[in-house]
Every structure is written in C-alpha cells, then in structure tokens.
Design a protein. Structure first.
Length: 155
C-alpha cells in the first residue's frame, strides 16, 4: 500500500507520561514549569504539530516518569486544554485534563514592583479564582491581581 502522507515515527513509551494539546507558543514554558530540562531519562518534545483544535500544538513525552498531579496542573495556566496520558507497559492507563490548582507557588512572578517577592528570596504565591478566560490571580503577599493571560506572560 502506498501513501502520500509522510509521518515522523517516534518510539512508543513503555512507561511514562505524555502531555498533549499544549499550545505551541506555550510549549517551552511548560517544559520549564515541569522542570524536565535536567532529567536523565528520554524526553521527546514536538512543537508546531498540526492540530485541528489548536491550529498547531506541542507535545511532551517523558519516559519512566509519572509526575505528581499538582506538578502537572501547574501548566493549566498556560495550557488549559492540555491532556495528560499515563503510560504503563505501552498502554494508556490514565487520561485526564489538567486543572488549575487553588494556589500557584513559584510559577508566576508578581508584576507589582513593590512586592516583597521581587526584593527577597521568597517564592511567589498566588490565589487562583475564576475559570477559563476569567481566571484571576491574587498575590498572597501584596494582593496585586492579574488575569491568568496576563500572568502567563510575566514569568
């Protein structure tokens, strides 16, 4: 059988985590948030892949690592429609969407120049309210409030 389509084959994961449906513009921010730069396991990153829903998307595959739910949910600020697949013995055993936690710690920088987190070595802490496009983040220390979209660009 001949096919006019060409595809890049990437090895299937025996065990690990696949994070799919990340907006292309947010992919490398997701990599940083997850802290996978320093892993000593196989990591596959695909960017600007065709997506009917997003136009273009990114995907992250990490072998032999199952991230804690709170770590994965941190990327919900920049990729609210991201899908997480947990793989064991080449089978998807869990599939779920990320969801924004009630509090974000150390992810977003406070844009208030007078905030203590911009002058001392204190991890930022934001209280999350709202959903979807109406997400608001309020700094725990100075009460400065920003929209989720605005906060995603401050990092």
């Amino acid at each position: 059988m001949t096919s006019s389509k060409k595809e890049l084959a990437v090895a299937a994961l025996r065990n690990g985590t696949v994070i799919d449906h990340i907006p292309s513009r947010a992919l490398f921010t997701a990599v940083r948030i997850l802290g996978i730069e320093g892993l000593d396991t196989s990591v596959t990153i695909g960017n600007n892949l065709a997506s009917e829903r997003l136009g273009s998307k990114g995907i992250i595959k990490v072998a032999d690592v199952e991230f804690a739910e709170d770590v994965l949910n941190r990327i919900a600020l920049i990729a609210p429609d991201a899908m997480v697949n947990i793989i064991r013995d080449y089978e998807v055993v869990e599939k779920r969407h990320v969801s924004l936690p009630d509090t974000l710690v150390g992810i977003v920088r406070c844009s208030n120049p007078k905030c203590v987190t911009n002058h001392e070595k204190i991890p930022t802490r934001f209280i999350v309210s709202g959903h979807g496009a109406d997400v608001r983040l309020r700094c725990h220390y100075c009460n400065h409030t920003v929209s989720g979209a605005e906060a995603a660009t401050i990092q």
